[in-house]
Design a protein around this ligand. Structure first.
Ligand code: AMP
Length: 192
């Protein structure tokens, strides 16, 4: 089972991807986690990624498409995967469609976790207030979130109609409790 989770930064895609990973024995592929790992390794890609992430901007499409194309061909993806943070632009969505067709892989579900911007800002402020500085992501603050939300509305939200036009887009209200969101996603993916 191959799933895409869409939604703004802080909507809970990573949290829900982990539940799906445990429940369905499929792997979470978080492009953000991959870039953060590259950033802490200090590689050339990582140095570029850190600067882009801290600015709340997006990495170039060709790099991200290459990373995902290689990753979904790895043996641990044979049962399926959850894309968390990819695609993030229409170009990425189009490239993914071609890539899956070439590899003969289906796309089973595209699920948008929707959350209003103001709630995301409230959530980040609450999180930052609770967390020791050493555990914070360097892009985890209200100022960067606002930039990331701008980028989301401009560059990522246009992929929603891309999947809606294909009759694939399902929406979940991400302003409910984590448990309720999990239950709703579970209902969607098991209703086949
Ligand atoms: P995330 O953990 O998914 O919120 O991603 C953190 C940051 O990594 C984003 O703000 C972007 O700078 C970068 N990033 C992650 N995924 C992508 C992607 N698919 N395309 C471009 N940039 C990405």
């Amino acid at each position: 089972m191959n799933i895409i989770l869409l939604g703004p930064p802080g909507a809970g895609k990573g949290t829900q991807a982990k539940f799906l990973e445990d429940t369905h024995s499929i792997v979470q592929l978080s492009t953000g986690d991959m870039l953060r790992a590259a950033a802490s390794s200090g590689s050339e890609l990582g140095t570029q990624a850190k600067a882009v992430m801290d600015a709340g901007q997006l990495m170039p499409d060709d790099i991200m498409i290459q990373i995902i194309s290689e990753r979904i061909s790895q043996p641990d993806c044979v049962n399926g995967f959850i894309l968390d943070g990819f695609p993030r632009t229409t170009a990425q969505a189009e490239a993914l469609e071609v890539m899956l067709a070439e590899k003969g892989l289906p796309l089973d579900f595209v699920i948008e976790i929707s959350v209003d911007d103001e709630i995301l800002v409230d959530r980040i402020n609450a999180r930052v207030a609770q967390m020791p500085e050493s555990e914070r992501r360097s892009d985890d603050n209200a100022e960067t979130l606002r930039k990331r939300l701008g980028v989301y509305h401009e560059q990522t939200a246009p992929i929603l109609p891309f999947y809606r036009d294909r009759g694939m887009l399902k929406q979940v209200d991400g302003m409910q409790s984590i448990e309720q969101v999990t239950a709703q996603i579970e209902q969607l993916v098991s209703a086949v």
